[in-house]
Design a binder for this molecule. Sequence first.
Ligand code: DC
Length: 217
Amino acid sequence: MIVTIDGPAGAGKSSAARALAKRLGFRFLDTGAMYRAVVHAAIERGVSLEDADVLEQVAANLDIQLTDDSVVVDGRDVTRLIRTQAITTATKYAADHPGIRAHLVELQRAAATGQDFVTEGRDQGTIVFPDAKCKVFLTASERLRAERRFHDLVSRGEEITFEEVVEKQRQRDERDATRPVGALIQADDAVELSTDGMSPEEVVDRLYEIVEQRRNV
Ligand code: DC
């Protein structure tokens, strides 16, 4: 069974999807981490992010290993390194690149072969797994999403103001919604869940119920 969880940045997808996968005993795939890993590797190699061909080469030659809670690229643990604001902003170079998207989509499908899976991103229910048995579109208000992201960044020691986070989030929302390939669109058959006013535990409980309902269809 494949469960897709798509939605905008800061809706709480990663932590909810990870906890849901654990409760179900399913594997978990954080697809945003793959886009982040490509950009992080390119920056480390001193490659210009604007050179689309070289960036595609970097992506094609990377060994990205995702476990349920770590991201290992070419044998090095980059789990924390790919979560900085600088990488978040630069990830657009990989996410907007049709060739890189095609490559990562292939890896995502390969990862899910023959396994029960919870996968999280922007295009999982629409492009990557259009036949998934259970699709969720997770949202939250702009303010709540920005608050989450702000607290997350501050706890990681980044110096950033709340207003900057809101502004960057707006830019990212706009980009995610309008990218020609892999845009964030709610699948027709996705269940929409707004997490406003819900505790993390309530979100996972509700997701679990949604999966159970779909499982029995
Ligand atoms: O979910 P995240 O913040 O880790 O995602 C990082 C960026 O990657 C985000 O701006 C959108 C992009 N992304 C994407 O285009 N497609 C996905 N399946 C996952 C993420």
